[in-house]
Design a protein around this ligand. Structure first.
Ligand code: E4P
Length: 220
């Protein structure tokens, strides 16, 4: 399973990449606006650090504008994947961009049928927002399973990015069903390391090691 960080914060990305377990990054207009950095510069910076797929979203809602923005974004780095919202103009833009060899990530996906449209149009990735589905009383992960079934049925090579992840349990469920990618906030990645038994076990090992050193010093 590939792990992406869902952030535009460069320090978080550097930390995750330094751990050697981050394969890519997803951003969105909200995440970028929080950083108060220049959008295109930040995307380039992220690409340099992660050296893997980096999703950068268009803000136009019309076909022509989306294609124009996407072409500009794609020029920033070979790692850029252009995020396009799942609306009719977006699907049309995905089709055009895929013919031009520009990678796309269909975003704001809330149903398996939307994902089917994105795959048919040639999207490289689809991003079902599972946390936001959970928020309105649905089970977001069900949609991921359905999307994966559809893609297997028809042999689409569009990858599924489990997005809008809120806690490690989402990551576990995505891994158990074999999702291609999970994109998560840095805080969720940090939580994945944590287990109280690991901390207690390490503390005890180190205490015993200290006692053993004392024994060796005083032995003769
Ligand atoms: C995905 O690509 C989106 O950036 C993100 O996962 C949205 O998550 P949110 O629902 O926490 O805003």
């Amino acid at each position: 399973m590939e792990i992406f960080l869902d952030t535009a914060n460069i320090d978080e990305i550097k930390k995750g990449v330094d751990w050697g377990i981050v394969d890519g990054v997803t951003t969105n207009p909200t995440l970028v606006s929080k950083e108060q950095a220049l959008f295109e510069e930040r995307i380039k910076e992220i690409c340099d650090v992660v050296q893997g797929p980096v999703s950068a979203e268009v803000v136009s809602t019309k076909y022509e504008g989306m294609v124009e923005e996407a072409q500009k974004l794609a020029k920033l780095s070979e790692h850029v994947v252009v995020k396009i919202p799942l609306i009719p103009d977006g699907i049309k833009a995905i089709r055009t961009l895929s013919r031009k060899g520009i990678k796309t990530n269909a975003t704001l996906v809330f149903s398996p049928l939307q994902a089917l449209l994105a795959a048919k149009a040639g999207a490289s990735y689809v991003s079902p927002f599972i946390g936001r589905m959970d928020d309105i009383g649905n089970t977001g992960m069900t949609i991921v399973e359905e999307i994966m079934d559809i893609f297997i049925n028809y042999g689409y090579d569009t990858k599924v990015i489990v997005a809008s992840v809120r806690h490690p349990q989402h990551v576990l469920e995505a891994a158990l069903i074999g999702a291609d990618v999970v994109t998560m906030p840095f805080g969720v990645l940090e939580k994945m390391f944590k287990h109280p038994m690991t901390d207690i076990g390490l503390e005890n090992f180190l205490k015993d090691w200290e006692k053993y050193q004392e024994y060796l010093k005083n032995k003769d």
